[in-house]
Design a protein around this ligand. Structure first.
Ligand code: 5GP
Length: 172
C-alpha cells in the first residue's frame, strides 16, 4: 500500500483559497467573470474558491483526457467535455487543481481562445513549476510544490483519494 505523507492541512488550504479569492475579487470588480473548472480534479477547489469570492460569477467545466502513465501526462490530450456557456467577449478564469508540464492547460487555453473571449487567465491551487514543458502563464497560483505525486482535495490516483479533505504526498 502506498503511504500518505501530509503536505497541506485543512487550515492551510482554507487560508490559501481565501487569499487568492480576495485577489480575484479585487481584480475582477465590475467584470462578468466565468470560472471554467477542469474536471475532475478541480471541482473541490472550484467549489471552495467560488464561495470565497465576493463578486458574482458564472461556472462551467471542461474535461480532457490525457494519455500517459498513472502519474504523468504524455501531452496527447483530447477534449471530452466542451463548454456550454457562451464566453464570447467575456472574462474567463480557468480553475485547475495542479499544473505540472503545462501541456494540459496550454491545450485548454487554446481551446477556450477559439471562442473569442475578452480575456483568459489561469488560477491553480498547486504549481509544479520545475517540471514545466509548455510556456503557460499562471496568473494565480496558491502554492508551489517541487516534487512528488499529490492526492486529496479533488486530486486522485486511479480515481481514489479525491475525497480526502487534506493534501498528501503519495509515496509508492
Ligand atoms: P500537465 O499537463 O500540466 O502535466 O498535468 C496536469 C494534470 O496532470 C493535472 O490536471 C492532474 O490531473 C495531473 N497531475 C499532475 N501532477 C499531479 C499530481 O501530483 N497529482 C495528481 N493527482 N495529479 C497530477
Amino acid at each position: 500500500m502506498p503511504e500518505l505523507i501530509p503536505v497541506l492541512k485543512k487550515n492551510d488550504i482554507n487560508n490559501m483559497v481565501a487569499q487568492v479569492a480576495r485577489r480575484i475579487s479585487s481584480d475582477y470588480q465590475d467584470h462578468e467573470l466565468i470560472l471554467i473548472g477542469v474536471l475532475k480534479g478541480a471541482f473541490v477547489f472550484l467549489s471552495d474558491l467560488m464561495r470565497h469570492l465576493s463578486i458574482p460569477v458564472q461556472v462551467d467545466f471542461v474535461r480532457v483526457a490525457s494519455y500517459g502513465s498513472d502519474t504523468s501526462s504524455s501531452g496527447r490530450i483530447n477534449l471530452t467535455k466542451a463548454i456550454e456557456i457562451d464566453v464570447k467577449n467575456k472574462d474567463i478564469l480557468v480553475v485547475e487543481d495542479i499544473v505540472d508540464t503545462g501541456l494540459t492547460l496550454s491545450y485548454i487555453i487554446d481551446y477556450l481562445k477559439s471562442f473569442n473571449p475578452k480575456t483568459v487567465r489561469v488560477c491553480v491551487l498547486l504549481d509544479k513549476r520545475e517540471r514545466r514543458q509548455a510556456k503557460v502563464k499562471i496568473d494565480y497560483a496558491c502554492h508551489e510544490v517541487t516534487e512528488g505525486f499529490l492526492v486529496g482535495y479533488g486530486l486522485d490516483y486511479n480515481e481514489g483519494y479525491r475525497d480526502l479533505p487534506e493534501i498528501y504526498h503519495l509515496q509508492f
